[in-house]
Ligand binder design. Structure first.
Ligand SMILES: Cc1cc2nc3c(=O)[nH]c(=O)nc-3n(C[C@H](O)[C@H](O)[C@H](O)COP(=O)(O)OP(=O)(O)OC[C@H]3O[C@@H](n4cnc5c(N)ncnc54)[C@H](O)[C@@H]3O)c2cc1C
Length: 492
């Protein structure tokens, strides 16, 4: 029998999602362990785009600075078909300190997350594979292989961040619903001339399939496109050049190939994100088309939604409905991301001549309409994600972000009760008394909005009352906090 070690949160997989979850556990002083079956981090640049809401989340987590230093900032999205420009849209969302897409290759993202983790005293257990798991009333018993030796861990919670083929998902028998696109995808990191702006990305629809060009710098670009058949093990420089000559912007010249790969794309999501003490996040929970660049971002948002719920539960301040809300809140977002990227993929790659003509005529007209631009930016930037309809939210559950929440120490696992500057002294006193009584789970802050706004530890509004400074408004705040933080046992 191998010895049994204990931890509170066992994180399986040190991709970007597992690394971010480990960082967030470390920031809260939680007991956690991160295992990774590889001997070292992946060196591939896969996911590139980090969207504004993810940058706000990184800001609240205290790690945005290094990402901003290394990122190439994109502020324009152009649509071109056969060197004919159909549209140029500004990607500059308002009301955020991050009005751009930060282009950071995934290997750099993983390196920065590893550095941040080590700075917080954390470490990654490489060459350690999750093998199987038994869910019990009080814990999950996990069998692992550590460089050829068997090990058993007793964990309060297990989070499978172990990618599309997730062993954790298989262990709890959760289905992965969806399908596979017929197309084969080509991905290439290339050195180019500087004829195109480093701040603009191009989407190029065509009858041969779509191509997307993401700038990683003035003369380095990521090319993603569909092809009919593979030639060799990985795309060659010649193949990339011929795809761009046929479907790309006229002025772009490719000088060298840095890395390339073929891949197939699925659109799938887990039927549930939680069984008892086991959770799924990131590619283990959802995979979709790379058009839209949402894959990694959505995974990072998963664990941002989950970690404060785990923390409150482990500290004995949570009702089971708080953990239940993870699936209830994230599954609709995941389904919506899959729907959006699916639509984008189909519209960009339709083989029908009629549909192509309609698309090419519609894009220049529609893209100039302000509400369309606003909706497009809200979706892509992920600033429009909200949790209205969640069983633990009253109202629209929109995002909330202010100066006091920034920098890594502004928000952890407590609710923030923002009181407008116009509040009467007696309301202020009652709010202070409430937060003092519930000090383990709530704190009082001065707000810029009028009225009372209860903000969750992940920066989404749980409840807002605009003008009525009544005892009743504060009582509904109390009820909502207690609804999720009064403890009850966790069913397996
Ligand atoms: C070729 C390619 C191109 C892509 N391009 C884009 C893009 O342009 N934009 C975008 O947003 N996304 C893109 N993606 C998707 C993006 O890379 C993923 O969304 C992202 O990596 C998900 O992160 P993750 O941490 O959930 O999973 P992963 O990055 O897959 O990490 C999972 C980790 O778990 C480890 N693991 C697996 N099984 C076990 C086990 N049993 N025990 C221990 N460890 C285990 C793995 O070794 C791995 O390190 C691309 C993916 C690929 C493959």
């Amino acid at each position: 029998m191998s010895p049994v070690a204990d931890t509170d949160v066992l994180i399986v997989g040190a991709g970007p999602v597992g690394l971010f979850l480990a960082n967030e556990c470390a920031r809260r002083g939680m007991r956690w362990r991160l295992i990774e079956k590889r001997a070292y981090q992946s060196e591939h640049s896969k996911a590139l785009a980090i969207f504004p809401r993810t940058l706000e989340i990184f800001d609240m987590a205290g790690i945005a600075g290094r990402f901003l230093e290394v990122a190439n900032r994109v502020t324009t999205v152009a649509v071109e078909s056969h060197a004919h420009r159909l549209s140029t849209m500004q990607f500059t969302p308002r009301d955020t300190p991050y009005p751009f897409v930060a282009m950071v290759p995934q290997d750099v993202t993983e390196r920065l997350l590893c550095e941040a983790l080590r700075a917080r005293g954390g470490q990654i257990d490489y060459q350690t594979s999750f093998l199987s798991m038994e869910l019990q009333d009080e814990c999950a018993l996990v069998k692992m292989d550590h460089a050829g030796s068997a090990e058993t861990v007793r964990a309060s919670f297990v989070v499978g961040c172990d990618g599309a083929h997730s062993a954790v998902r298989h262990a709890v028998n959760i289905g992965f619903e969806g399908g596979e696109y017929a197309a084969i995808y080509l991905l290439a990191d290339v050195s180019t001339n500087d004829a195109l702006s480093a701040t603009e990305m191009q989407l190029c629809p065509s009858e041969s399939g779509p191509v997307a060009i993401f700038p990683m710098g003035a003369t380095r670009r990521r090319i993603v496109g569909t092809i009919e058949e593979t030639v060799g093990d990985a795309p060659t420089l010649e193949l990339v050049r011929s795809v761009l000559a046929q479907r790309g912007p006229a002025k772009l010249e490719v000088h060298a190939l840095n890395w390339s790969s073929y891949f197939r794309v699925h659109h799938r999501h887990a039927a549930a994100l939680r069984i008892g003490r086991a959770f799924l996040a990131g590619d283990a929970a959802h995979i979709h088309s790379p058009f839209g660049g949402q894959g990694m971002n959505t995974g990072l948002h998963d664990v941002w939604n989950l970690v404060w719920k785990l923390d409150l539960t482990l500290r004995g301040h949570a009702h089971t409905r708080l953990l239940d809300s993870y699936s209830a809140e994230r599954l609709p977002v995941i389904k919506s991301v899959i729907g959006m990227t699916d639509l984008l993929t189909r519209v960009m790659g339709t083989p029908s001549k009629l549909a192509q003509a309609l698309r090419n005529a519609a894009i220049p007209m529609v893209s100039h309409i302000a509400p369309f631009q606003h909706a497009f930016i809200e979706r892509l930037s992920e600033l429009g994600i909200s949790y209205g309809g969640s069983p633990i939210v009253e109202g629209d559950g929109r995002r909330y972000f202010d100066e006091t929440m920034r920098g890594g120490s502004g928000i952890r696992s407590r609710f923030l009760l923002f009181i407008g500057r116009d509040a009467e002294p007696n309301t202020r006193d009652a709010a202070a008394a409430l937060c003092s009584e519930l000090s383990d789970v709530a704190e009082l802050r001065e707000g810029t909005d009028e009225g009372i706004t209860l903000v969750r530890p992940d920066g989404y509004v749980a409840h807002a009352v605009r003008a009525a400074y009544t005892t009743r408004a504060l009582e509904s705040v109390r009820s909502l906090i207690e609804l999720q933080t009064k403890s009850a046992t966790i069913p397996t």
